[in-house]
Structure formats: C-alpha cells, structure tokens
Design a protein around this ligand. Structure first.
Ligand code: HEM
Length: 535
C-alpha cells in the first residue's frame, strides 16, 4: 500500500547523472585543461626524441593502455537492454516483493542475455545455454533474477561448478575450441557425471540454438521462496515466456550465420528495439508448498530437475518490455553486475546447494572484475532506492560521506542509519538442523526420469536434431572410451536414442551405465514447457 508507481523511465535518473555528451565541445585533458594540438607529440626538434614531459600524450596513452577489464569468467559474451516490468495483479497474499505490489505498477529493469562458454568476442549462434539475467530496480532495492533459457542445470552442487567450467572452456594447452562444447574435456567430464544427463538432453536440443534473444524463455532454475507481509512463505520457480513465441534455429542455419554474422543475436536485439519492435516476456510463477514438495518423486532443491506444469501450473503475474538500447556498451552492458545475493523483502533463497554457492560467487568475482568493493556505485548497478550505511572507503569510492560517525551504535550522530526492523529484509526463519555432513539427499540420486520425459516430449524431427547434435559433438571427441560412456549413459534415457548414436559413431552398443536409480517415467504427460512452441 502506498507504493509509488515507478514510471518506465525512472530508471534513467541515476544514469542521467553519469551521461556525458562531448558533441561540439573543446577537447580537454582529464583535468579539464584545453588541448592545443591533438595531432603531434612534443619533441626536441621536429625529428628529435619525444619528451617525457608530454603529459598530454602520456595521459592519453596511459588511459588507453588500461581500457580493457577482465571478461566475465563465464557468460563473457552478452547483449543487454533497458525496459520495465509491469505487474498484472497485486500478489500480496504470496509476496511483499515491491514489483508485485499493485496492478499496473512498473519497475525499471536492465536485462543481459549471454552465451556461457564463449569468450567476449565469440559467435552468438554457438550451441550453448543462454543467460537471461534481469535486474529489477525496485523501490526496496535491486533484485536480480539471474537465470538461463533452460530450466535445469548441469550439476547439483556448487562444489562442482569450477570443474564444469574448466571442462567446458577452451582446453588450456592450445586454447581450443573457443565457443563450443565439442571437445574431449567437456564430454569426459559429462560422461563421468550422470547428474548431467537431463541438461545434456536440453543442450543437444534446438533450445541451445535460439533464433533470437526475443524468442527464448528464461528460468530462475532454482526453487526460491516468496514471503508475504505476514511472514508466511511458499516455494516458487520463476519462468519468463517470450510473447513472440519460443523459436530456434536449425543447426545448419546456426553454423552458416556464425560465419556470416557472428553478432546475429546482438544485432537482432538492437535493431528490433531501434525499430520500436519491443521484445516482451511474460513472467509466471510456479508456486508450491513444502508439503507438496515432499510428495514429488524428485527433490525441489535439485537444480537438475524441473517441476512439470501438470504438477504445479504456471500463474502469469506480469510482463516485461524491453524498450531502450544502452547508450554505451562498456558502461552498461559490460559493467553491469548481476548477483543472486541481490534479493529484496518478499523473496528468499531455498537450500538448493547450487544456489547457496552462487550467493557467494558473483560478488566475489565482481570485486576483481570491476576493481574493488565499490562497483555498486557504477551508475548501471546503483539502485533507485536510496543507499545509507556505514560502509566507507575502498578502491574507486565515489560517495562523499559527511560527518565523523561511521559506526553503530553511536551517540554522536542522532540520525545515523537505523535498522529497519520488520519493515526491512529479514531472512525467512526456515527450520533446519542436522549433522554437519557432505553428501546428497536420497532423491538427488535419480538422474534419468526427467531426461526421458524430455526425450519423449520431442517431436520426431526434434528427436532427429538431438541425435544429430550428439553425433556432431561426439565425432569431435578423440577418445573412444568417452564416446562409449555417453552412449552407455543414454541407454538409461532411451534405447533407440542410444542405438542410433552407437550406429552413427560405429560403436557396438555398450552395456548401460550402472545408474544410481532408474525410476519409471512419471505418470504425467509431456509438459508444454518441454516442447517448442511455434506461433
Ligand atoms: C555469470 C558463477 C550457476 C546464470 C556468472 C559469473 C559467475 C558465475 C562467477 C560471472 C559474473 C560476473 O562476472 O559478473 C556461477 C556459479 C554457479 C553458477 C558458481 C553454480 C554454483 C549458474 C546458474 C545459472 C547461472 C544455475 C542460471 C540459473 C548466470 C548468468 C550469468 C552468470 C545469466 C551472466 C550474468 C550477466 O549477464 O552478467 N555465474 N554461476 N549461473 N551466471 Fe552463473
């Protein structure tokens, strides 16, 4: 109640402070000194040595020398846009989160789409997962929903993330291949990690070669919590669906486009927005209780599993519209820092062990990528909500905090920032006690039922594409034992798939990989979320 409606351009305000327009101005140094000659360095005679005292040359070259910052350790290649999220209907029974406070309320957003494995200059149409990261500039602080275009993930526990990324990235001795998973180290790792099977099916499907960023879904992947003003909580999964429908390329198109226009997705997003064809995505929630979760035959804390829509239907809650291109790629798209730890009152984490690791990882990497602990002051990262705390100093600090008091409690500054109590963010008091252990819950051991569900949800031509993708990838794998292990793994998904692949690779069908637990395919029918929609 009483929440202000945020206009769709409110997000411009913090950026306006930082916008620079040099058109028609006199050229100056960084100290504001007008530059007399921008063509020639200062020399002792026209053909003599360049003088060390040429501070103008030195400043210009020094700044240039430091223009590059490290690329993201994953998701290095990306494109972004501004827009807004509009709430369809107040959701106060589920959550007090600010974007859902009122029908028609608009919250500014900045969204970055990305590939995962390729370097900053790699091609857009590689076979890969796509990142779908949304920063909501809410009136109660920034909320980042850092998702992907595939609803499940490769691994179950953050402990394996560095191994996964080391396996998928270019091989360290020769730096190849730079934007594709088709190589021994990725498939070696995959063939030894049965939990990857469900994700592999998606990555070998047409979902991993989207036609456009405007035409792909987005998923928060993990189970999150929603918490209402009364402190009641339910579990939730987040789904974005493009209103233009979900469309993919076929592999031959993707390969050809990759050569002809490696910026294909970046160009498409930019040009659509310039032309006023604003990309739109509907946000839906899958809401369920802890009791429901216990009855599922999979664990909702396991990110290699989705929740079929037959078990928990989607509830549309709002729409996101991307209506403005960034002014400056570096300042906005490159310097934006998404982080799963950025949540707001009304949203909370679950104990998903992958999510728990991510809460640490993003801010940690950004401290080195963006040069210290003050990157929240970079305009694209700074919230619309006011920031008041006792944090001080550090590399590149911008704020000029006044006064002598930077601690609490204090008696010297009557108005020092006070904690908000129940009005502020308070972690949901989820109960939890147990022995200090490393291990996995029982249901995490089943890896094939949903992979099989995905396979049978595909049309025959989509299944052909999956077989062809496995064949393309595995023929680039030199080690025969790795190829055999993948086929052995796929026997637990579908015998025809495994046999077709074995035939294509010239292998005798190996015995099925001993599985931790092979459960029958659940009773529910293939979900609409599992098949491509064409409109
Ligand atoms: C980017 C870590 C799993 C989605 C990143 C970055 C790191 C990272 C270090 C670079 C951030 C930066 O430099 O700004 C991890 C770890 C994971 C994990 C440790 C598992 C333990 C996931 C999952 C998803 C995901 C499951 C999807 C649900 C993304 C996206 C980006 C990203 C979309 C790019 C954000 C952007 O556009 O700037 N991740 N990640 N990650 N991650 Fe993860």
């Amino acid at each position: 109640a009483g929440q202000p409606l945020i206009g769709e351009n409110a997000g411009n305000a913090p950026l306006d402070r930082a916008r620079a327009d040099d058109t028609g101005c006199t050229l100056t140094t960084n100290q504001g000194v007008p530059v007399g000659d921008n063509q020639n360095s200062l020399k002792a005679g026209l053909r003599g040595h360049t003088l060390l005292e040429d501070f103008i040359l030195r400043e210009k070259i020094t700044h240039f020398d430091h223009e590059r910052i490290p690329e993201r350790v994953v998701h290095a290649r990306g494109s972004a846009a501004h827009g807004y999220f509009e709430c369809y209907k107040e959701q106060s029974t589920l959550t007090r989160a600010a974007p859902f406070a009122k029908a028609g309320k608009r919250t500014p957003v900045f969204v970055r789409f990305s590939t995962v494995a390729g370097e900053r200059g790699s091609t857009d149409t590689a076979r890969d997962v796509r990142g779908f990261a949304v920063k909501f500039y809410t009136d109660e602080g920034n909320w980042d929903l850092v998702g992907n275009n595939i609803p499940v993930f490769f691994i179950q526990d953050a402990m394996k993330f560095p191994d996964l990324v080391h396996a998928v990235k270019p091989e360290p001795h020769h730096g190849m291949p730079q934007a594709a998973s088709a190589h021994d180290t990725f498939w070696d790792f995959a063939s030894l990690m049965p939990e990857i099977t469900h994700m592999l099916m998606w990555v070998m499907s047409d979902r991993a070669i989207p036609r456009s960023y405007r035409m792909m879904q987005g998923f928060g992947v993990h189970t999150f919590r929603l918490v209402n003003a009364q402190g009641e909580s339910v579990f939730c999964k987040f789904h974005w669906s493009p209103l233009a429908g979900t469309h993919s390329l076929v592999w031959d198109e993707a390969v050809k486009i990759s050569g002809a226009d490696p910026d294909f997705h970046r160009r498409d997003l930019w040009e659509a927005i310039e032309a006023g064809e604003y990309p739109e995505y509907e946000l839906s929630l899958q809401v369920f209780t802890e009791e429901q979760a216990e009855a599922f035959d999979f664990d909702v804390l396991d990110s290699t599993k989705l929740i079929p829509e037959e078990l928990v239907p989607l509830q549309p809650v709002g729409k996101m519209v991307l209506n403005r291109n960034p002014d400056n790629f570096f300042a906005e798209t490159e310097q934006v820092a998404f982080c799963t730890a950025h949540i707001i009152p009304g949203i909370d984490f679950s104990n998903d062990p992958l999510l728990q690791g991510r809460i640490h990882s993003y801010v940690d990497t950004q401290i080195s990528r963006l040069g210290g602990p003050n990157f929240h002051e970079i305009p694209i990262n700074s919230p619309i909500a006011p920031v008041h705390n006792n944090q001080r100093d550090g590399m590149h600090r911008q704020a000029i905090n006044r006064g002598r008091v930077a601690y609490e409690p204090n008696s010297l500054a009557g108005g020092a920032p006070f904690q908000a109590g129940p009005r502020g963010f308070n972690s949901f008091p989820a109960s939890g006690e147990g022995d200090k252990v490393r291990g996995k819950p029982e249901k995490f051991a089943e890896h094939y039922a949903q992979a099989r569900l995905f396979w049978i949800s595909q049309t025959p031509h989509e299944q052909d594409h999956i077989v062809h993708a496995f064949r393309f990838e595995l023929t680039r794998v030199q080690t025969v034992a790795i190829r055999e292990r993948i086929v052995a793994m796929l026997r637990n998904v579908d015998e025809t798939l495994a046999q077709r692949l074995a035939d294509d690779l010239g292998l005798a069908l190996p015995p099925a990989m001993p599985s931790m637990a092979v459960l029958p395919v659940p009773e529910y029918a293939p979900s609409p979320a599992l098949s491509l929609t064409f409109r």
